[in-house]
Design a protein around this ligand. Structure first.
Ligand code: ZN
Length: 284
């Protein structure tokens, strides 16, 4: 991949700055007061990455949205906001006692149509009627953006090249700025935003970005679910519950099977107490 972040807080690939479509200053919040350690993942709900980067500049973009980079489906990337500057990607947001995430996070946009609408004969299309041949079918963890809120609906899958680029960029953000927390827009704006949505394998992404950095022991994640998270005997809801893990319980992932993770449950001293399977969507 060959990505690096230079002294001007811009992304380079193989020693050259990536394409730049700068968002207007009015779509930014100025230089960060404190270097963020949080990364927020998004989908564009749009066509090409270029179209979204260009939209950030558009006078008709009355919400004045922007993001640091947009990663297209082919893995190419466009930078819109330098990494020392707050982009307007989070909007009204709260998580873990924090609010106003524009000022405390980086934003990566993935070109993607997001949630799809049902068409004839079981087909799915974007809201602009672009057919999506093999959609990812799932209900959103926070409830779907439209009714029925708990049924499996279509989402555009993310391309492997696109995810690979996003992982590489996120690793650079971790290395240069100390990013240690990766959240979805749907984690910090629950019920208002649905990106990156269920087609984005957050547990795998976190492990790919942060897993290799854990030099002092296994990668440790925490349960993020106000109602707790079931520890099960197998990788699926059909398996018996061993224990309800409280919000904030620390776990060490051992193995992944689809959306499910086999984890060691840690006590406050970090010692493994028991093991089982949990759904990775609720680990942070
Ligand atoms: Zn978003």
């Amino acid at each position: 991949m060959g990505f690096a972040i230079n002294a001007r807080h811009r992304l380079e690939q193989n020693g050259r700055a990536v394409e730049r479509i700068a968002s207007p200053a009015s779509h930014m919040g100025g230089t960060f007061g404190t270097t963020p350690h949080i990364l927020i993942m998004h989908f564009t709900y749009g066509a090409s990455g270029r179209s979204s980067a260009t939209w950030f500049q558009d006078p008709g973009n009355t919400s004045k949205s922007s993001a640091h980079v947009v990663v297209d489906r082919d893995g190419s990337v466009i930078q819109c906001v330098d990494f020392d500057t707050a982009a307007n990607h989070a909007g009204q947001s709260s998580w873990g006692g924090l609010t106003a995430f524009n000022n405390k996070s980086f934003g990566i946009e993935l070109a993607n149509w997001g949630y799809l609408k049902p068409g004839p004969h079981g087909s799915w299309t974007s809201y602009t009627n672009v057919p999506i041949a093999s959609p990812f079918l799932a209900a959103h963890k926070n409830g779907n953006p439209y009714q029925p809120s708990d049924a499996a609906i279509g989402w555009e899958p993310y391309a492997p090249e696109q995810i690979a680029t996003a992982v590489a960029i996120a690793r650079e953000l971790a290395a240069k700025y100390g990013v240690d927390t990766i959240l979805g827009h749907d984690d910090i704006a629950r019920g208002r935003k649905w990106d990156p949505g269920p087609a984005f394998d957050m547990a795998r992404f976190r492990a790919q970005v942060l897993g290799g950095r854990a030099e002092n022991g296994p990668n440790v994640l925490a349960v993020h679910s106000p109602t707790g998270l079931n520890l099960r005997q197998g990788a699926g809801t059909e398996f018996a519950v061993i224990q309800l893990l409280a919000d904030g319980t620390q776990v060490a992932p051992v193995e992944q099977r689809g959306s499910w993770w086999f984890v060691n449950v840690l006590d406050p001293q970090g010692v493994a107490q028991k093991s089982g399977w949990v759904h990775g969507a609720f680990l942070i």
